[in-house]
Design a protein around this ligand. Structure first.
Ligand SMILES: [Zn+2]
Length: 331
């Protein structure tokens, strides 16, 4: 009997080896196809932006916007009303970019701060319209130092004394800006290194995870929200588009961060995926849908399941790896 089991075991091992040996090597095309399957209907917007038409495909990353005064886009193209979306999470973003206010018993955490022109109408006036007080903002979390997410940071820091949290590498980039930069330059505050950190306010803890890739200091978050008293866990992806220099190493860094965030989301059993662009998580639509009455058993519009959240990061990693392989790199 023992011998027979050994024989079967050996046969199974041999089969496994054969299967592995016959598996075709991954190609950029096969990875994109795999990423498309991972994206499904849920993550189609992000798949399009990083797998089908990545921003750095023609080697030249998007140039940074010019510093200093510039024209404010027509308000109708970006202004969005504020909404209470969860018991303790409020949408104060635009039609294009998200900003969130996470409320705790000891104050507010603002997650991302929009372009300078949007900070007053969306965040300051938005919070007030929702019955919240901007003076209660204790922390401002910046996912990464690009103007569409960080130009409001200096105002919230100087006016309300909020502590600004940013990845260490992105602080270095931010502090090189001229004083005339749109929105001003925040003073160096809390810098997050590769090990990440936890921020606790009033019993709510945000797990801040260093996920370099989109920028070297990109931060992502895992945090709880409540839906009618029921606790849900959010995985917030802090940087998405491939508008960094088109180098194999940069895609490897991005890919590895997706894996890291996916593991953190899995450990925390995250069932809500958020991003900082509405095209990636349909934030504006979901914020509005969240205002509608729900039928019995109907989920919150942001709630999915663990597998759907995992597929987002799987897709991101596969898209990055497809780009890296397409460069003919061996690393
Ligand atoms: Zn960015």
């Amino acid at each position: 009997m023992k011998l027979r089991l050994l024989v079967i075991g050996a046969a199974l091992a041999a089969t496994a080896t054969t299967v592995r040996a016959q598996a075709p090597a991954a190609t950029p095309e096969s990875l994109v196809a795999e990423a498309k399957r991972a994206a499904g209907r849920d993550h189609a917007g992000t798949f399009l932006r990083i797998c089908v038409a990545p921003d750095n495909l023609n080697a030249a990353p998007r140039p940074p916007p010019p510093a200093g005064a510039r024209a404010v886009p027509e308000r109708a193209t970006w202004y969005a009303a504020p909404y209470k979306v969860f018991d303790d999470l409020y949408f104060v973003g635009t039609l294009i970019h998200t900003a969130w206010a996470l409320t705790t018993t000891e104050g507010i955490v603002v997650i991302d701060t929009l372009f300078d022109y949007a900070i007053e109408p969306e965040i300051v006036e938005g919070l007030t319209a929702l019955g919240l007080d901007p003076r209660d903002i204790k922390y401002v979390l910046i996912s990464h130092a690009h103007g569409d997410h960080d130009q409001g940071a200096a105002l919230l820091q100087s006016r309300y004394g909020a502590k600004v949290v940013m990845g260490a590498a992105d602080w270095d980039a931010t502090l090189q800006r001229p004083a005339t930069a749109a929105g001003g330059v925040p003073k160096r505050d809390i810098a997050v290194g590769p090990e990440g950190m936890k921020i606790t306010l009033g019993g709510t803890t945000i797990d801040v995870i260093a996920t370099p890739g989109h920028t070297r200091g990109t931060l992502s978050y895992i945090f709880p929200v409540h839906d009618g008293g029921r606790r849900l866990t959010v995985a917030y992806a802090g940087g998405t588009a491939f508008n960094f220099p088109r180098e194999a190493q940069n895609f490897a860094i991005y890919r590895d961060s997706q894996k890291k965030l996916s593991e953190a989301a899995r450990a925390a059993k995250a069932t809500v995926l958020m991003s900082n662009h509405t095209e990636f998580d349909r934030a504006y639509d979901r914020a509005r849908i969240a205002q509608l009455p729900r039928t019995a058993g109907e989920k919150h519009p942001y709630e999915t399941d663990e597998a759907t959240v995992q597929r987002y990061f799987e897709m991101g990693g596969l898209c990055a790896e497809a780009q890296r392989l397409s460069m003919g790199s061996a690393n």
